[in-house]
Write a protein that binds this ligand. Structure first.
Ligand code: SF4
Length: 298
């Protein structure tokens, strides 16, 4: 029995863990970048912007079914890259149907943010689109280049500061182990620097897994990337959080994604000492040479 929204989604559909209770509306299909070497989320899809009529039809069907969403999340992979007109029309429709909806969220790339003007971003934020999830993955240029992320560290920083200044809350995601053993130290140092400089309101870690069928997997198979052990992944998390400063604003930190070995979270800088102590404890109890098992969903 299907109890979800009365919408025929174009699968697969992804959303951040914190949007688990949000109504998901597909504004775009797939990802306009679709090149990141480790990512297989949208490889089955050809990127396109959905016709406004279809988006509106989904919203009206949900409205007629009696749904009163507190939060809405606009899919797919980088829906902020949709034309401004589509985003505005979608938000106007949402605000017309559900004036009490609290907020609308979206995945964004640095490219999407830099392509929009400040005026455009501010207008979107004024219409309740006010949290963006940015896959930073790493603050290190070499790693970003290796994974074909499509943006440099300085573009990531500029985009992060820009979207915050335009009234969005920023939720930044970094990937543990993404640079493999070779780039682990510079990944740690530069990701910590990026976190200190951009101070997103929310920050989370995912763990990198080599997913069959991806270029990343081929690089691992050929020995070009050496994955981190469970212990090394925990050390990366510990060291990034230890090196980062949290002076600009408090950060809600979560490492509760299904890819992570242990769920962890707290408010930074308030809980920094407790989080670092917990990580040190886990590191000391994790044997050498053991690799994490990929979760079944990946
Ligand atoms: S931008 Fe995000 S969704 Fe698109 S390919 Fe990269 S990781 Fe995947």
């Amino acid at each position: 029995m299907y109890y979800g929204p009365p919408i025929e989604y174009d699968p697969p559909v992804f959303r951040p863990p914190s949007e688990g209770l949000s109504l998901l509306i597909q504004v775009t299909i797939g990802c306009s970048n679709n090149k990141c070497t480790y990512c297989d989320m949208y490889r089955s899809k050809t990127y396109r912007v959905r016709p406004q009529l279809d988006i509106n039809k989904d919203l009206e069907a949900c409205f007629k079914s009696g749904m009163k969403p507190d939060k809405i999340f606009l899919c797919d992979g980088d829906a902020l890259g949709a034309p401004q007109e589509v985003l505005i029309n979608t938000l106007d429709k949402i605000n017309q149907l559900w004036p009490d909806t609290r907020r609308v969220g979206i995945y964004a790339t640095a490219e999407n943010i830099l392509e929009k003007t400040e005026t455009e971003l501010k207008l979107l934020a004024s219409k309740k689109l006010n949290i963006a999830y940015l896959g930073l993955e790493s603050g290190d240029d070499k790693v970003l280049h290796m994974i074909v992320k499509g943006n440099t560290a300085s573009e990531m920083k500029e985009a992060s500061l820009k979207i915050k200044s335009c009234g969005f809350k920023l939720s930044t995601i970094a990937m543990l182990g993404v640079g493999g053993k070779k780039y682990s130290r510079q990944h740690v140092e530069n990701t910590a620097k990026m976190l200190s400089a951009t101070a997103p309101e929310f920050f989370s870690f995912l763990t990198t897994f080599s997913v069959p069928g991806t270029p990343y997997h081929k690089m691992v198979e050929r020995g070009n990337i050496e994955p981190l052990t469970s212990k090394e992944l925990l050390i990366e998390m510990h060291d990034i959080l230890e090196l980062a400063s949290f002076d600009l604003n408090p950060i809600i930190f979560r490492a509760n994604h299904v890819s992570n070995m242990h769920p962890l979270g707290g408010n930074l800088p308030r809980d920094k000492d407790v989080i670092l102590k917990t990580l040190k404890d886990w590191i000391s109890k994790t044997p050498e040479g053991v690799y994490p098992e990929a979760p079944p969903q990946m």
